[in-house]
Design a protein around this ligand. Structure first.
Ligand SMILES: [Zn+2]
Length: 171
């Protein structure tokens, strides 16, 4: 017969995973919010010739800009709070991205409308770094933040680089 002590004091479940292994409370979990924005850009360097820009950036260097459907994933990693059961309230993460990133990037011309890209080429790499730097100060210090940005369904970048995301081909 179940004793009182067999019920978890956090969630009140009989033999919950935390009760069976209290170390679970210290285990880290990743929460991910996926968002979407459309934006136009042109990849080029003012100090390069048209030929050099075209040979380096291809169609992304066409002078009249073009658009992408960007998919953004913000991953927050941290310990599960014993009281709330959350790593971070994902609604707060969603609101944060909407207010700080989507408001700034969605339906914008990145080269012309977004301060950070006045002098910075708006490649997927640089956009991911800019988004990370915008969001990082608003994420609880003890949590890790990772950005994944899809420029097309087949091309995406990640920042910062998490070594565990990579499979060693020799192993
Ligand atoms: Zn492009």
């Amino acid at each position: 017969m179940a004793q009182n002590s067999d019920f978890c004091s956090v969630c009140n479940l009989y033999l919950c995973p935390l009760l069976v292994n209290p170390n679970n409370m210290k285990q880290k979990v990743a929460v991910v919010r996926r968002e979407h924005f459309n934006a136009a850009h042109r990849l080029f360097r003012k100090d390069w010739s048209d030929e050099q820009n075209t040979s380096t950036f291809g169609k992304c260097s066409l002078p009249n800009f073009h658009g992408h459907n960007y998919e953004l994933e913000a991953k927050v990693i941290g310990e599960v709070d014993a009281e709330t059961g959350y790593v971070m309230d994902i609604k707060k993460l969603s609101d944060l991205i909407a207010e700080k990133v989507l408001e700034k990037f969605d339906h914008k011309n990145l080269n012309l409308d977004v301060e950070e890209f006045r002098t910075l080429n708006p490649t997927a790499e640089n956009i991911a770094i800019v988004i990370y730097n915008i969001l990082r100060p608003h994420i609880p210090e003890q949590n890790e933040l990772y950005i994944r940005l899809f420029e097309t369904p087949r091309n995406y970048v990640e920042y910062p680089v998490a070594p565990t995301n990579f499979v060693n081909p020799k192993s």
